[in-house]
Design a protein around this ligand. Structure first.
Ligand SMILES: [Zn+2]
Length: 108
């Protein structure tokens, strides 16, 4: 009888399975396929008005941040440097962790 010689990794000497190293820490082992998933964001949106109302909300997704911002100043506010102002000039949106361009893509 002719037993097949067990094969071992050239790198770490672990047994091979289907010709591949089974040691997950070995650089010769196949890289596990990682499903790309959207990175959770850390976005803070600050809404202030000229009568000093101030609301600050944190969001994990751009969509949530957009919804909040659009509710207060609409989808196409005026851009003023680092903030966005509603058409009537009443409210102002500032954003941390995202850009105004991301928040108001239709305004650019
Ligand atoms: Zn190995």
């Amino acid at each position: 009888m002719n037993h097949p010689e067990p094969e071992y990794c050239n790198h770490c000497r672990e047994a091979l399975l289907d010709g591949r190293c089974t040691n997950v820490d070995c650089p010769l082992s196949p890289t596990p396929v990682v499903e790309p998933k959207p990175e959770p964001r850390d976005i803070a949106v600050i809404y202030t008005t000229i009568d000093r109302l101030r609301k600050r909300r944190k969001f994990k997704t751009l969509k949530g941040a957009q919804k909040f911002a659009h509710r207060w100043v609409g989808e196409t506010p005026e851009m003023g440097g680092w903030y966005a102002v509603s058409g009537d000039g009443w409210g102002k949106i500032e954003v941390d962790g995202a850009t105004l361009r991301e928040l108001f893509p239709k305004a650019f």
